[in-house]
Design a protein around this ligand. Structure first.
Ligand SMILES: Nc1ncnc2c1ncn2[C@@H]1O[C@H](COP(=O)(O)OP(=O)(O)OP(=O)(O)O)[C@@H](O)[C@H]1O
Ligand SMILES: [Mg+2]
Length: 308
């Protein structure tokens, strides 16, 4: 990736001749400017698949600080520090069992449902510590939508699947619900395929449609962050492509954290990629950099398929 450097050399002035003569410009020595932690970009290089440079300099919406997690006596996450910026996509990659799903579930306190779990450290959503005493977990989960590996539509109509979250929240106004269902189905790229069969069972949809329905269901409650755990692993390449296009669109409105085993998918959809190994965050950086010039040898070996 080319660095754009604007040199502002001081101009020297010849008193006999008032025309400023520029000092010779010395090219700076090449140096390694690659940080391990993502930093704001000065400008958007043309080859980065980013839609919005402003998003890259946006403040983090998610901050994970020194997060440690144990299942009983077994530690699964070690000192994780990770920031996710507003309106960006962050991919979590790494070999099976390295803690990707555990971390994702820590972001909306789904791990609370596992009795043996103990957590130390902090996770902040827009500055609020979600593990602070007195946090309303139901409210938190409204802010953090989740889509799982296996689509899990309820045995209800397409309409009721999307309306579900609103009804649980106590919304009863018919027009509000109808509008939210349409907006969410459009947002999930499914509206045109289902608008004439909203009363049909969701279980009659194809696998790819069911996954988009689950995305619509997550969008209906207007979360701030969308967490996706291998959302395409059960889908064919066409359905996968649709979801990937969707992710690209959705980041205009949401911030997305996605777990994936596909290096190609991480490279295609995400702005940042974080590589985990045995519960530790090995490296996080701009996806472009991670896939072309990672700082850590293990990242390179994993990405090039030499282990994992
Ligand atoms: N409910 C649980 N109880 C006990 N240990 C668990 C539990 N869930 C996960 N673990 C353990 O925590 C570690 C991390 O698991 P996790 O599911 O987060 O990995 P992962 O990176 O998502 O793997 P995969 O790519 O296979 O989905 C593993 O050693 C796993 O066995
Ligand atoms: Mg997993």
């Amino acid at each position: 990736m080319a660095e754009l450097t604007v040199l502002e050399e001081p101009l020297s002035m010849d008193l006999e001749n008032p025309i400023p003569i520029p000092e010779p410009v010395h090219e700076p020595e090449p140096r390694d400017v690659s940080p391990v932690v993502p930093r704001p970009l000065a400008g958007k290089p043309a080859d980065l698949p980013l839609t919005d440079t402003a998003a890259i300099v946006a403040p983090p919406v998610l901050e994970v600080e020194k997060l440690n997690l144990w299942y009983g006596a077994k530690q699964a996450l070690f000192d994780i520090d990770l920031n996710v910026r507003n309106h960006t996509v962050m991919s979590l990659i790494g070999p099976s069992g390295c803690g990707k799903s555990t971390l994702l579930r820590s972001l909306n306190r789904m791990n609370d449902l596992v009795d043996s779990v103990r957590i130390e450290g902090a996770v902040k959503v827009a500055g609020d510590d979600i593990y602070a005493p007195g946090v309303d977990v139901i409210e938190l989960r409204k802010r953090m939508g989740m889509v799982f590996q296996k689509s899990n539509p309820f045995p209800k109509s397409i309409f009721e699947n999307v309306a579900y979250g609103l009804r649980v929240q106590g919304v009863s106004d018919k027009q509000t619900i109808t509008e939210a269902v349409e907006t969410s189905l459009r947002g999930a790229g499914l509206w045109d395929e289902v608008k004439d069969r909203l009363k049909d069972s969701a279980l009659g949809l194809s696998g790819g449609q069911q996954q988009r329905l689950c995305i619509a269901r997550a969008l209906a409650i207007r979360p701030e962050v969308l967490l996706m755990d291998e959302p395409c692993s059960a889908l064919d390449p066409i359905a996968t492509g649709r979801i990937e296009e969707l992710i690209f669109e959705l980041k205009k409105e949401f911030t997305i954290v996605i777990v994936t085993h596909s290096m190609q998918q991480a490279a295609r959809v995400s702005d940042y990629t974080a590589f985990f190994w045995l519960g530790k965050l090995v490296e996080v950086d701009l996806t472009e950099k991670m896939f072309t010039n990672p700082s850590n040898r293990m990242t390179e070996d994993y990405i090039t398929g030499r282990f994992g």
